[in-house]
Design a binder for this molecule. Structure first.
Ligand SMILES: Cc1cc2nc3c(=O)[nH]c(=O)nc-3n(C[C@H](O)[C@H](O)[C@H](O)COP(=O)(O)OP(=O)(O)OC[C@H]3O[C@@H](n4cnc5c(N)ncnc54)[C@H](O)[C@@H]3O)c2cc1C
Length: 394
């Protein structure tokens, strides 16, 4: 499946659009089969190296696929976390055997993946995590601890798991990453119910779970560096390339316009003002995504603008969904954002989570404050002390 990079962008867009328009209905059947269909057509993992099962294409070509999916209102792929975060981490730090075994199946959604990082007392401060991995005399590792908010774990076959392997060094230095089999003995997955009534994420418990050393990703003790690959990939995959977080501003505008006539004149003015504010912020996020894309296309890595794009995209999506729910009134409980999709009310209930996942708004503001505005860094009480000592100070 070699990629011909002489194909120009307009021809590529036409090819993607024509395929998606012909096959769009199939996405309703089975999300795994839909991803496999797109993979077999060459539209999943466009930028991944050919030897990893990808097409060796450009970020612009991948962005065109994302934009065309967005244009038709098609949902994100089921293995989004695998493609956006776990796969790039395996490509960068995995052994040849791991790449061979996992990557192509991940792109086809033959296996689903999740990211096992956050814990009850380690979210924004991820390096404070406590799940232990201890190496036995046989060379295998034994895992004990708990993860939380793990998206897709209830469906996943594998996950990338960040653990503490040495508590006697400063917290960022004693971590190690593994690929873990979610069906292994000792793994318990408990779904968590969200306020929209669905259960997309989970608690995951590890009780003496055995992981072979061959499933380590990177060196023992080098897990923080491996995790940075995942976190950078995560920020790029959220709202990058000019696709929308939440409903498209054009869709909100259309639905609001259709219902505006039912409002009093002064409420119409307020609704118009809120629409204007949300729409402009959404376009700001979209064009920030395009800037990231230009940098990626030049082979550079986006800097703090990835944080600014996510912050602005989340804010505008929440404002626009709130507006739609207020203008639609009781209709918001039944009216879908698009054919066969979630109602406006469900979307409104999901979006606050986006302001937490992948870096909370406050943490992103810290990044912008420190790295863009040059403000002093936050004081860190645990600097220079070992993880064990920092626990004693709690
Ligand atoms: C929808 C969703 C999906 C998720 N999926 C996954 C997943 O698949 N895998 C996974 O590992 N995790 C996942 N998470 C977890 C997510 O990464 C964490 O929720 C996030 O890192 C925040 O951590 P926390 O919830 O522990 O909150 P905390 O870090 O405890 O933060 C609590 C509050 O304090 C604020 N705060 C924290 N530190 C600072 C600071 N230094 N300065 C200012 N304010 C601060 C935060 O902004 C927040 O308002 C998901 C979360 C959500 C909402």
């Amino acid at each position: 499946m070699d990629f011909d990079d002489t194909v120009d962008e307009a021809a590529w867009r036409a090819e993607v659009r024509s395929f998606l328009e012909r096959h769009a209905d199939e996405q309703r059947e089975d999300p795994r089969a839909w991803q496999a269909t797109l993979y077999d057509a060459g539209f999943v993992g466009v930028t991944w190296p050919v030897e990893a099962g990808g097409r060796g294409g450009t970020p612009m070509q991948q962005a065109i696929v994302d934009q065309e999916m967005d244009r038709l209102g098609l949902p994100r792929l089921i293995n989004l976390i695998g493609i956006g975060m776990c796969g790039p981490t395996v490509i960068m730090h995995g052994s040849d055997r791991q790449k061979e075994r996992y990557l192509r199946r991940l792109l086809r959604a033959d296996d689903l993946w999740c990211q096992l990082f956050s814990e009850p007392s380690a979210g924004s401060d991820l390096a404070a995590l406590r799940t232990r991995a201890v190496r036995g005399a046989d060379g295998d590792w034994r895992i004990d601890g708990q993860k939380v908010w793990t998206t897709l774990a209830h469906l996943a076959d594998y996950g990338i798991l960040l653990t503490r392997t040495d508590p006697d060094v400063p917290k960022h230095r004693g971590l190690t990453m593994f690929v873990v089999d979610l069906k292994a003995p000792g793994v318990t997955v408990r779904p968590l119910r969200q306020m929209n009534g669905e259960a997309h994420f989970n608690e995951v418990f590890f009780d003496d779970v055995v992981v072979p050393d061959a499933e380590r990703l990177g060196e023992a003790g080098d897990g923080w560096r491996v995790a940075l690959t995942t976190l950078m990939s995560e920020r790029l995959s959220l709202g990058g390339g000019g696709t929308s977080i939440g409903p498209k501003p054009e869709t909100v505008a259309r639905h609001v316009a259709e219902h505006l006539g039912a409002l009093s004149a002064d409420r119409q003015v307020l609704a118009r003002q809120q629409l204007g504010r949300g729409y402009v912020a959404a376009l700001g996020a979209r064009y920030t995504g395009y800037r990231q894309l230009s940098k990626l296309s030049r082979g550079e890595l986006p800097g703090p603008e990835a944080s600014a794009g996510k912050l602005s995209g989340t804010r505008s999506a929440r404002d626009l969904a709130d507006l739609a729910v207020r203008v639609l009134g009781a209709d918001a409980r039944v009216a879908a954002t698009r054919d066969g999709d979630d109602t406006w009310q469900t979307v409104q209930a999901v979006l606050p989570g986006m302001a937490i996942a992948g870096g909370s708004d406050q943490v992103l503001r810290n990044i912008i404050g420190e790295r863009v505005l040059g403000l002093p860094a936050e004081p860190r009480a645990d600097k220079g002390v070992t993880f064990r000592e920092s626990l004693n100070e709690l």
